[in-house]
Design a protein around this ligand. Structure first.
Ligand SMILES: Nc1nc2c(ncn2[C@@H]2O[C@H](COP(=O)(O)OP(=O)(O)OP(=O)(O)O)[C@@H](O)[C@H]2O)c(=O)[nH]1
Ligand SMILES: [Mg+2]
Length: 304
């Protein structure tokens, strides 16, 4: 990597980890003021490591959003948890997120036991404080302080932005002096095709989760410039069974049309230009248990 060294500039990598649904991806997007990570109210939304770059006057915080750590059984689940675990030692700081409303649960304890094995410094962020009364926050922090010796405990709301300035300040103080890894204005090093695919997957989760939980994978196959600067995006959605195809497409194609419309709006924001989105649906039998498909979809550590 070609890096620039500036005086008094701090930089480094922060792994955002926690159980599913605590708000890791929401926090990443807020910190970089751009939407690169898919968000949903369902657990297990994020499947890969997603990088976001937060540019500050005194430095650069490179955030790594990770899949929620959980006890899932499919090969896909195992890939997700392994992806999160791999960041523990790659990071300069581990940012462990919990949900204030749910307090500290068994699933959080499980994550804590895992991160304790890493020597990387750890910060606890108590997210979603907008959901609890203000006068309960201090009590909760005291309780958490007794549980483990964290470097800092920071209450915040990723959704509403409370506490993020303090979080950035604290992270920057911990990070070492270092180079400007990425040029100003660059918010992620994830490929555009990957982020566009995540936006499509997010809409599929929103519109079909109850009937098709976790069944879809999305690959953006092509992005080409068409007439009048319109970007033509071709994406394939893979599902596990023929019967799921009907559910995804919906009566008269209505549901797939909605997925396409919502995803297109999101991708237009991302690229800052008009987009024409073509969606294809394919059946890849039991792909979540098939090494070959998992690799094709980028859910394999060999594919890096
Ligand atoms: N009220 C409130 N809701 C939040 C906050 N942060 C995130 N959420 C909501 O929590 C849900 C989960 O958010 P995500 O960012 O997808 O959570 P995640 O930790 O990335 O989840 P996985 O990728 O499944 O591990 C969404 O409905 C968010 O809108 C917050 O600060 N306050
Ligand atoms: Mg996520």
């Amino acid at each position: 990597m070609n890096v620039k060294v500036k005086q008094n500039f701090r930089s480094g990598f922060v792994g955002i980890v926690g159980k599913p649904n605590v708000g890791k991806s929401t926090l990443l997007n807020q910190l970089i003021a751009e939407k690169v990570a898919a968000i949903s109210r369902r657990p297990q939304t994020t499947r890969n490591k997603i990088t976001g770059i937060c540019h500050l006057p005194g430095g650069q915080i490179i955030l790594m959003d990770t899949p929620g750590i959980h006890d899932g059984r499919t090969k896909l689940n195992r890939f997700m948890v392994e992806t999160a675990r791999k960041t523990f030692d790659d990071a300069d700081v581990i940012l462990f997120l919990i949900d204030a409303k749910r307090r500290f649960r068994e699933e959080d304890e499980y994550v804590l036991e895992l991160i304790k094995k890493s020597k990387t410094p750890k910060i606890l962020a108590v997210n979603k404080i907008d959901l609890i009364p203000k006068n309960r926050i201090l009590g909760l922090i005291d309780e958490l302080r007794q549980r483990e010796n964290f470097l800092h405990i920071i209450p915040l709301s990723g959704l509403h932005g409370d506490g993020l300035d303090i979080l950035k300040k604290v992270l920057l103080e911990i990070l070492p002096e270092g180079p400007e890894y990425f040029p100003p204005g660059m918010v992620t090093d994830c490929p555009e095709k990957f982020i566009a695919a995540e936006m499509i997957r997010e809409k599929i989760i929103k519109l079909t989760h109850l009937e098709l939980p976790y069944a879809a994978a999305v690959e953006v196959e092509k992005i080409v410039e068409g007439k009048k600067g319109v970007l033509v995006v071709d994406a394939a959605i893979s599902i596990e069974r023929e019967s799921q195809k009907k559910i995804l497409i919906g009566k008269g194609g209505e549901r797939l049309k909605m997925v396409g419309q919502y995803a297109r709006e999101e991708i237009e924001k991302l690229f800052g230009s008009k987009v024409y989105l073509n969606l294809f649906v394919r059946v890849k039998k039991n792909w979540r248990q098939d090494d070959r498909y998992l690799k094709d979809f980028g859910y394999s550590h060999d594919s890096y």
